[in-house]
Ligand binder design. Structure first.
Ligand code: SAM
Length: 280
């Protein structure tokens, strides 16, 4: 079942959180000269038209990127992320939202490598055409979880693995843990960044317990909620689980989350979390 299309959700509050974390990790990896691999297991289409039918139908980006992109008090932790958003929106109109592969493409260096996988029959060709001229990148219509076995460890022995499944199948909550375990067996020093939605809090608690049970250490949880947990339909919060985060990430998120909460959730119903699920 592949009914999820990210074009309905691009640029929402969850993307803002995810892409902030992604860009901060990339910038930290760039502090060393040695190249690294960026592996995006669930890459999406790459570029999203915010004036398009899908984005307009939900209007989610209006409560996400549209709330921050033209403010004049943007914290420095958002500088890299906003530089990419601005790159795709040069004439003061917010027309395009760059997904995770395009954020990586803009921020990575000449010797870094990208490996992107996407399964959707409509989104895969869009992604492929975005990267046709980029020699650093391999784009495959393949299962993202398989890449954690097939592509790791990278030759460079440095890397960021972004896992961003749609969770339209309940099995995704177990598959992400299995996938991380497989990846970690082969590449224990990599940085793994897993996105999650809070729809039913119990599912996230179980996923975290399963992750803890793997024995993997250095697991940081970062979350931004817009409404209190609820039994009703819909996402009330989203988060990132980061394994082997760069040492600065905890502090950077503690700095920037209060600002994001204030700007993205003016109603005051939200919350933020930065928490070690498993420390050193
Ligand atoms: N990471 C993207 C971003 O931040 O711009 C968004 C990705 S979207 C949340 C999830 C994507 O995963 C969808 O485009 C979906 O088609 C794709 N997908 C679902 N199952 C997959 C699988 N097993 N392997 C690879 N891609 C998959």
């Amino acid at each position: 079942m592949l009914s999820y299309r990210h074009s309905f959700h691009a640029g929402n509050h969850a993307d803002v959180l995810k892409h902030t974390v992604q860009s901060l990790i990339i910038e930290s990896l760039k502090e060393k000269e040695k190249p690294f691999l960026y592996l995006d297991t669930h890459a999406g289409a790459g570029r999203y038209q915010l004036s398009g039918e899908h984005a307009e139908r939900t209007g989610e980006y209006l409560e996400g990127i549209a709330r921050i992109w033209q403010r004049d008090d943007i914290p420095e932790e958002l500088a890299a992320y906003m530089s990419v958003v601005n790159h795709f929106n040069r004439n003061e109109n917010l027309r395009y939202y760059p997904g995770s592969p395009l954020i990586a493409r803009q921020l990575l260096r000449e010797d870094d490598k990208l490996h992107l996988t996407e399964l959707h029959p409509s989104d895969f060709p869009l992604l492929r055409s975005e990267f046709q001229k980029d020699d650093r990148t391999r784009v495959a219509r393949a299962d993202g979880y398989q890449q954690l076995k097939a592509q790791l460890p990278p030759l460079s022995r440095r890397g960021l693995i972004l896992m961003d499944p749609p969770y339209e199948m309940k099995t995704d909550y177990q598959d992400v843990v299995k996938g991380i375990q497989e990846g970690y067996k082969r590449f224990a020093t990599g940085t793994y960044a897993l996105w999650y939605p809070v729809v039913m809090r119990q599912q996230i608690k179980k996923m975290l317990r399963d992750l803890e049970a793997t024995g993997i250490r250095r697991i940081l949880q970062i979350e931004l909620g817009v409404r209190p947990d609820s039994d009703q339909r819909g996402m009330t919060a989203s988060g990132m689980i980061v394994i082997n985060p760069p040492w600065k990430l905890e502090q950077q998120m503690n700095n920037v989350l209060p600002w994001l909460l204030k700007v993205l959730v003016p109603s005051g119903t939200g919350h933020t979390t930065v928490n070690w699920v498993v420390p050193e």
